[in-house]
Design a protein around this ligand. Sequence first.
Ligand code: FAD
Length: 542
Amino acid sequence: MKIVIVGAVAGGASAAARARRLDEDADIVLIERGEAPSFANCGLPYYVGGVIETRDKLLVTPQQRLIDRYRLDVRTHTEALRIDSQAKTVFLRDLQKGNERSESYDKLILSPGASPLRPPIPGVDLPQVYTLRDLGDADRLSQAASQAEQAVVIGAGFIGLEMTENLVHRGIETTVVELADQVLPPWDAEMVSSVTEHLRSKGVKLELADAAESIVPVENRLLIQLRSGKQLLADLVVLSVGVRPENKLAVEAGLEVGQRGGIKVNDQMQTSDPDIYAVGDVIEVQHFVDGAPVQIPLGGPANRQGRLAADHIFGRSTRFRGTQGTAIVGVFDMTVAMTGLSEKSLRAGGIAFEKIYVHPSHHASYFPGAEQMSIKLLFALQDGKILGAQVVGRHGVDKRIDVFAVAIQAGMTVYDLEEMELAYAPQYGSAKDPVNMAGFVAAGVIKGDQPILHASDLTDGSNRFLLDVRSPKEYSTGHIPGAVNIPVDELRGRLSEIPRDCSVVTYCQVGQRGYLATRVLAQKGYQVANLSGGFTSYLAHA
Ligand code: FAD
């Protein structure tokens, strides 16, 4: 068996190592256009920022180790130019020597990844405008950063924000320009409004709902003209506006691609030619939750897909389950994570859902150092099936998002979240973990124990009595306009102050006292709902 693999990083290197573990005798040729196989793309921003101090650390599995340990035929500085699928041959060019040769295969695995998009604006190809994909990019950016005082990052996705943090870390005054009216566009806007504030608190300037229209050299600097008319000056620009699948080889070979250019594969990672597999950022995947065709360029899926392709080649029974988009990003002292579908993708797909917000402490609130986190849980009202989750906070976010990710993967419901037995000691969690709390609230909503209303519904013009059940001190530091303050502990004695001819919306700081108030009022015959996530969620929506 001879396997040729194009692209030797996340998907390709995983496929190669797995193939060797399954067959000692296979010929495995690993083709890489760049200087090194198996490097840490995800570490590049932190190398530019000086957090990862030495370049060697980025070489996860150095070329010589791939040769010694896995007996792979690794060819770096070699580009795959063309595939002849009839002759089962791939044509290669040695980029250093310039000569070309062909390589036959029994099975070909494509893992060429995705290349950074360059929007068609004047000046985008100037030398001081950088993208970040490989080691060479990181070297150039790092060198430029050492002489820069001001930078502009175009695109506030996860790579854009990681770069922003690292440029600030190097003492560079940084402005982020983002077309959407929020940072981290895959997340729902209200979940990342605290991230916007956090970025500003770190000195980052944000130009949201704006776009770069041109980049012009001015002496040794760049002038970035924005659509709004604003102008920014910078020593360097980082472009991070998304990626495009590197599908040229596949398209020219006649392989089927989807609407957004991702190579179409079956559950075994085979393309429309069964002897050619494709994995990683170059493929179109089915979303795990709704089965829709999507491009989700993430390291975890690429590694798993590489492994699955090798398994299938050697006769193992495999099935890729789809990608659920579990993602996490650090933004200075905050962590932002999501899994499954967001509210905006559920709406776009016309999928019915309900949502709840909770803002628990990341560990027992009585233990020193407890920090608030925010959780948004999206679920089906009919059966409680979990459709998506987003978690934002300073600590403990990674642990909770992974629990939600597993719950989605296992097809669980909000009732399962209520029952989950999670590790607890006061410095790590709570006897009622934030995940359980989200389950309690969501299950309460489905059962009708806890009718809720969302902050976004408050402006629909309905006649409602807004009841703030926090303490007078909390009320005086900020409240929803028009709200009347009756602290929850006084509520039972002051029912006469609450009108019966309209619905009542209760709220507190995070939703817990508001819930108790709804229980009191509902049992006294009021039509009442609790504001999900309380005043904290109201502020996040504002
Ligand atoms: P890649 O890992 O990009 O590998 C493709 C390789 O193929 C490239 O090295 C390329 O040179 C080579 N190649 C392409 N065409 C040819 C050809 N014709 N001939 C020969 N070689 C070719 N994901 C996460 O999940 N978490 C993160 O924190 C994260 N951070 C990231 C940070 C950065 C800066 C970047 C760029 C990506 C990050 N990602 C992250 C995404 C993750 O790195 C990718 O999803 C993953 O690497 C995709 O694997 P792949 O094998 O498809 O492509």
